[in-house]
Design a protein around this ligand. Sequence first.
Ligand SMILES: *[C@@H]1O[C@H](CO)[C@@H](O)[C@H](O)[C@H]1NC(C)=O
Length: 289
Amino acid sequence: MESRLSWFLVYALMVGSIWVHSARFDELFQPSWASDHLEYEGETLKLKLDSSSGAGFASKNKYLFGKATMQIKLVEGDSAGTVTAFYMASDGPAHNEFDFEFLGNTTGEPYLVQTNVYVNGVGNREQRLNLWFDPTKDFHYYSLLWNHQQVVFMVDDTPVRVFSNKEKQGIPFPKDQAMGVYSSIWNADDWATQGGRVKTDWSHAPFISTYRGFEIDGCECSGKPEEMGRCQTGGQTDQERFWWEKPVMAELSVHQTHQLMWVRAKQLVYDYCTDTARFPTKPAECERR
Ligand SMILES: *[C@@H]1O[C@H](CO)[C@@H](O)[C@H](O)[C@H]1NC(C)=O
């Protein structure tokens, strides 16, 4: 009897922890745009773009710090003119936002991944990179990690971008607005593919991005002051629950630093930090510490 009970407890704990890390789409998310262009089958979600509409979904909760991951397989074949995005954002005119935007291309030509960071309503921090695999052939993991010290963009656990907290140098860092987790697909053929020269070929519609493996492990926060406080200070007292605030998460490991250097050297094709035509004065956060 006793051992059966303890096995049940082990099982309950395992199920509990699995639930925290990975969940069904509808436990964490809901359609936010054109629900008739979303199709949920088993563990897989399809977002469709056709000439009548794109589609999108949003997390049911908002979070203040944590990590969001989803596995995405991007539009196969001709995806020119389409953009699929995965991002976190807060509400309001002075909002914060961390973006992955996957810019489609003609058949056989590579996707580009554009990332951006908005702080207090100001973006203009684009970077663009080529992936080291074909993102239309298989599912890959895309993650956003956010704690008090850094925002890390990851592709298959490889960091591709870090936005560090440089508040000591007077640079604002997103830390006091809860964010939702979002994804969408839409037509952006005025700019997305080869600078807007290649338009969406609607004879190839519907354009479908496919998702699975939804994970959000963050501090849920509706925006009430007591919840804000709990999410902001939780890491000081409970680093098991608030694992993203552990000291080791405050900066990249040596291995991750090397991975990021490799990405920047081999895969990065645009960085606003080095675009002197656009920014004659280097943006403050781009200066080395
Ligand atoms: C599309 O392919 C062209 C040619 O290979 C490449 O220059 C471009 O960066 C690719 N991506 C986009 C989004 O235009």
